[in-house]
Design a protein around this ligand. Structure first.
Ligand code: NAD
Length: 265
């Protein structure tokens, strides 16, 4: 006997899916049968991911939008529902420390703080609210998955206010689960450990990577596809009794003691 995840007939939006973790989540949702809207602020990478999905026999559409912008988010959701017919799954993947080097708290200013709060909290809220409105109106439930971070499990010297912003995402996940649960909408979050995406790899020295591996119980980093497969599970009916959860996918890194980053970078 095998357990199969079948998302045939479901439609999904993955934000920031032109690269990194989002790209992999979009590909695995499509492999599971969902029709996927590949959102990104950059058209070319979004188109390339759609081409990859279609080449594998999946169904996908390019959905270019800056999800920091309320009007663009509304237009994005409207376009996806118009083209794919409905919205069942929303993955709020846009976020990031944006490839920045570590900066101590005393070194950051208002522009830095606003940038990270907007990139992580505003994007998640705008998309989740727009998506939930559609799901409530459709009356057939839905799934929202927020991409948080393993940084929320420990102090994050050098990575604020990124970790604080992702903490807000965790809290929002609870509230969304409670407010939208009666409509059959499940809301969960995943907290990835360090994953060497195109944005992250250049800011880490080899020594830094080796240190992370050495201090992580499983002595490894997290791979993109591992996060994608967890996401597909959480978006599927196999997880139909799970809501309001933060699932750590960090090779056990949350069990290690926090280590200050190189704050002189
Ligand atoms: N990579 C890691 O180590 C790691 C660890 C924990 C959590 N995360 C989280 O995982 C998520 C994805 O991280 P990643 O490393 O794959 O990112 P990434 O930088 O590789 O990819 C992000 C994508 O989002 C797009 N994007 C950026 N701003 C956008 C906007 N306003 N509107 C639409 N698209 C936009 C970019 O063009 C890019 O294609 C983020 O929320 C990040 O905080 C990453």
């Amino acid at each position: 006997m095998s357990i199969e995840i079948d998302l045939q007939g479901k439609t999904a939006i993955v934000t920031g899916a032109g690269a990194g973790i989002g790209r992999e989540i979009a590909r695995w949702l499509a492999r599971s049968g969902a029709a996927v809207a590949v959102n990104d602020i950059r058209p070319e990478p979004a188109r390339a991911v759609v081409d990859e999905i279609v080449a594998e026999g999946g169904r996908a559409m390019v959905a270019v939008a800056n999800v920091r912008d309320e009007a663009e988010v509304a237009a994005l959701v409207g376009r996806v529902v118009g083209e794919l017919g409905a919205l069942d799954i929303l993955v709020n993947n846009v976020g990031m420390h944006a490839g920045r080097a570590a900066v101590p708290l005393v070194g950051i200013d208002a522009a830095h703080i606003r940038d990270l709060l907007e990139q992580n909290v505003l994007t998640t809220m705008l998309c989740a609210i727009a998506g939930a409105r559609v799901m409530i109106e459709q009356g057939r439930g839905g799934v929202i998955l927020n991409v948080s971070s393993g940084e929320t499990t420990r102090p994050s010297p050098g990575l604020e206010p990124y970790a604080a912003a992702k903490h807000a995402v965790n809290h929002l996940t609870w509230t969304m689960a409670v407010e939208w649960g009666p409509h059959g909408i499940r809301v969960n979050a995943i907290a990835p450990g360090t994953t060497l995406t195109e944005t992250v790899r250049p800011v880490f020295t080899d020594e830094h990577v080796a240190n992370i591996v050495a201090s992580t119980p499983l002595r490894r980093m997290v791979e993109h596809d591992e996060l994608a497969r967890l996401s597909v599970f959480l978006c599927s009916d196999l997880a139909r009794c799970i809501t309001g959860q933060l699932i750590l996918a960090d090779a056990g890194a949350h069990l290690s003691r926090s280590r200050p980053r190189n704050l002189t970078e």
